[in-house]
Write a protein that binds this ligand. Structure first.
Ligand SMILES: [Zn+2]
Length: 132
């Protein structure tokens, strides 16, 4: 099942002679990697993603619900806390879109999402403190 071809490594995003790996599961994934270490990192990421992706969705729903409750209560000064929570959530579960992953590889997309989460948390925490 390991065919050699010039493609992007799904983990690091480098263009190289890659080999395809098949990651079993639901859904099964057929991805390309450039090295054993990229394959290992990719398998760990996919396993982590499959085990925790519903936590991300649940967390986003809870944060949205909390924001709606705060808005209905007129507690607008608490809304930045929702953004802070969202930033922390995506730092913990840094799952980018498939397009982003395809563009830059899983590793760089994780770093990008964590930086966005950090900036979101930091700026919304400052906003919260300025409203308090
Ligand atoms: Zn690689």
């Amino acid at each position: 099942m390991n065919r050699r071809m010039l493609r992007k490594c799904s983990w690091c995003g480098k263009k190289t002679t890659t080999r395809e790996v098949f990651i079993d599961g639901h859904p099964p994934e057929r991805l390309s990697v450039c090295s054993d270490s990229c394959e290992q990192s990719l398998r760990e990421f996919v396993s982590h993603y499959r085990a925790t992706r519903w936590y991300l969705l649940s967390g986003m729903l809870l944060i949205t619900l909390a924001a709606a409750v705060f808005a209905l209560m007129g507690a607008v000064n608490l809304l930045p806390l929702c953004l802070t929570s969202f930033g922390l959530l995506i730092m913990l579960l840094p799952f980018a879109t498939g397009e982003t992953i395809e563009l830059m590889g899983v590793h760089k997309s994780v770093v990008l999402v964590r930086v966005i989460g950090l900036l979101t948390s930091f700026s919304s925490a400052i906003l919260f403190m300025s409203l308090a």
